[in-house]
Design a protein around this ligand. Structure first.
Ligand code: NAG
Ligand code: NAG
Length: 312
């Protein structure tokens, strides 16, 4: 609209002056300096024409200024629109970087805010190996189902099957089974087997380049120095387990990563780990861990301090 008006103004301005003058003005605008042709400069009667040319030049200049301003304005608006669009991308999915815990998913509230809700349906698991055994010795289809129920009970949903499910958790992976008792002989041999297993896991992780440089150093040492083999593996695992939170003790929930997957294979792991918490304060200190794995405690304490120093 504005553009059309301005074009009309420009056209009128061009019509006011004669074609030659207009051309000169045009040249002037283009090159920034006046090239007078002999036909106009040497004719004294052309003063009026020259004056008109100045007016025309001024008009053209104004048009250019206005158009330039409009152009700037349009670009600014376009940028703002783009910003709005960019903001929309962010606000379209506030769930994008929202972390919801196990058994929960992010969903937009009526106000458009990201909120965590209990997962409506868990993926259907056909693989029986995905089944888990809960602390109530009940087999569940998957870990998702356990966490979903826990969430429902936590939020007071009527789909909660009962008060006890408020604290339902995975006891171990696989279907619930009759756990054989761990015989005294098996228990006696367990620290050695456990240490050996820990070392093998550590070595595996080193091969897969999944160890931090510090733990890799410990692993190398364990490879070459047999007396350090088990202690280094024990230090690594203990420090590794003590991550939620980092408080220099391994609590019961922090034992989950070794307890839950191993229970189906190792009926001694649960009683063994219970035994590790010698003073029964629900925390396994490095000292208790070492003792339980029948390792020299002095080495352990010292080494983990180094780990702490470098890791933090
Ligand atoms: C747990 O469940 C399994 C399978 O139903 C059963 O064999 C076992 O005896 C139960 N264990 C306990 C401690 O009740
Ligand atoms: C192996 O480790 C032990 C215990 O830390 C240490 O006393 C010994 O010097 C080490 N041996 C070698 C060859 O590094």
């Amino acid at each position: 609209m504005k553009l059309q008006v301005l074009l009309v103004v420009a056209l009128v301005a061009l019509l006011v002056v004669d074609f030659g003058a207009a051309e000169k003005v045009h040249k002037k605008h283009r090159k920034g300096k006046r090239h007078r042709t002999s036909t106009t400069t040497e004719q004294p009667a052309d003063a009026a024409v020259a004056a008109e040319a100045v007016v025309a030049a001024q008009a053209e200049q104004d048009v250019m200024t206005i158009l330039a301003e409009d152009e700037k304005e349009e670009e600014k608006e376009a940028r703002q629109e783009e910003d709005v669009r960019l903001n929309e991308v962010v606000t379209v999915d506030p769930c994008h970087d929202k972390y919801c815990g196990a058994g929960k998913v992010c969903q937009l509230s009526a106000a458009g805010e990201a909120e965590c809700v209990c997962i409506p349906t868990c993926p259907v698991e056909v693989d029986p190996r995905r089944k888990v055994c809960s602390n109530h010795n009940e087999t569940w289809g998957s870990d998702c189902e356990v966490y979903q129920m826990r969430c429902l009970c936590d939020q007071g949903s009527e789909m909660c099957r009962g008060e006890k499910y408020k604290h339902v958790h995975i006891e171990y992976y696989g279907v619930c089974r009759d756990m054989k008792d761990c015989s005294p002989e098996e228990m006696a041999d367990f620290p050695r087997r456990m240490s050996d297993w820990l070392f093998n896991v550590m070595r595996d992780m080193a091969d897969r380049e999944e160890l931090s440089p510090y733990f890799l150093k410990l692993e190398r040492e364990a490879e070459t120095n047999l007396t350090r083999r088990w202690t280094n593996a024990a230090i690594w695992k203990w420090c590794d387990l003590d991550g939620h939170p980092h408080d220099r003790s391994v609590s019961r929930h922090e034992l989950f990563p070794i307890r839950a997957p191993l229970m189906a294979l190792e009926h001694c792991i649960a009683p063994f780990l219970n035994k590790c918490d010698a003073d029964d304060d629900h925390m396994i200190s490095l000292k208790e861990w070492g003792k339980c794995l029948q390792l020299e405690e002095d080495d352990l304490e010292e080494r983990c301090d180094e780990v702490r120093g470098e890791e933090e």
